[in-house]
Design a protein around this ligand. Structure first.
Ligand code: GSH
Length: 212
C-alpha cells in the first residue's frame, strides 16, 4: 500500500496523523504543500485544508478520519486502549481538541476575526487564551477523575488522544499561554516528547522546516 501525506511542517492536524503513522511504524511519502489555494491542492482537498492522505491514489481528508482509517489498515499497535469505555474516553478526549478547540483557534479563524470582524491584537490573544483554557481545564478534569494513574492519557501507551494533545500543547506554547494550570497535560506531553514517534513528527523534523 502506498501512502502519501500532504502536509506542512507547521500543520498541527497533519502532525496528529504523522504521530499515528510513526507510532504504527508505517512508511509514507511526505508531500509538502506549496499552496493551499492552487487548483492542484483544491482537487486533492476541496476544503483547502491540511492534511490529506493519499492511499494508493485514493484521497482521505480530515485528520480524525485519517487516524481512524490508519487504525483499520494497521491495527497493531493500536492507538486505543483495549477497554471499550477507555477507548470511548480516548476518542472523547481527542474530540475536545479536534472538534471543539482547534476549529476556533486555528489561524484562518483568528485571521478572520482580525481582518473582517475587526478584533484587536488584545482581543485575539484573549480569544485564543479563553478557548485554550476552556478545553485544557476540561481535559485536565477528565484525566483527574480516572481511578487509575496512567503514564499516558488512558493507558501505558500513547495513541489518538496524545496525537491530538501534543500538537495543541505546542500551539498553546507558541501563543504564550500559561500551561502551569494543567500539570497532567504537561506531564503527558513531556512523556510523549521523549518518544521517537513524536520527535519524528514534530515540525522541526519535517523536510520543509525552514530552520529557526
Ligand atoms: N478538522 C480538520 C482541520 C484542518 C485544518 O484546519 N488544518 C489547518 C492547519 S492545522 C489548515 O489547513 N489551515 C490552513 C488555513 O487555515 O488556511 C482536520 O482535522 O484535518
Amino acid at each position: 500500500m502506498k501512502l502519501r501525506l500532504h502536509t506542512r511542517f507547521q500543520n498541527s492536524a497533519g502532525q496528529r496523523v504523522r504521530i499515528v503513522l510513526n507510532l504504527k511504524g508505517v512508511n509514507y511519502e511526505y508531500a509538502a504543500i506549496s499552496s493551499l489555494t492552487d487548483d492542484s491542492y483544491q482537487t486533492l482537498n476541496p476544503q483547502g485544508l491540511m492534511p490529506t492522505l493519499e492511499v494508493d491514489g485514493r484521497l482521505v481528508t480530515q485528520s480524525m478520519a485519517i487516524m481512524e482509517l490508519l487504525e483499520e489498515l494497521y491495527p497493531e499497535p493500536s492507538i486505543f486502549p483495549d477497554d471499550p469505555i477507555l477507548k470511548a474516553q480516548a476518542r472523547a478526549f481527542g474530540q475536545v481538541i479536534a472538534s471543539d478547540l482547534h476549529p476556533v483557534v486555528v489561524t484562518r479563524v483568528r485571521r478572520y476575526l482580525g481582518d473582517v470582524v475587526g478584533a484587536s491584537e488584545e482581543q485575539d490573544t484573549a480569544w485564543n487564551g479563553h478557548w485554550i483554557d476552556q478545553a485544557f481545564s476540561s481535559l485536565e478534569a477528565l484525566l483527574a477523575r480516572q481511578s487509575e494513574a496512567f503514564r499516558y492519557c488512558f493507558g501505558d501507551r500513547p495513541g489518538l488522544a496524545e496525537a491530538c494533545l501534543v500538537p495543541q500543547m505546542a500551539n498553546a506554547r507558541r501563543t504564550n499561554c500559561d500551561l502551569s494550570g494543567y500539570p497532567r497535560l504537561v506531564a503527558i506531553d513531556g512523556a510523549c516528547q521523549e518518544l521517537d514517534a513524536f520527535k519524528a513528527a514534530a515540525p522541526n523534523a519535517q523536510p520543509d522546516y525552514p530552520g529557526e
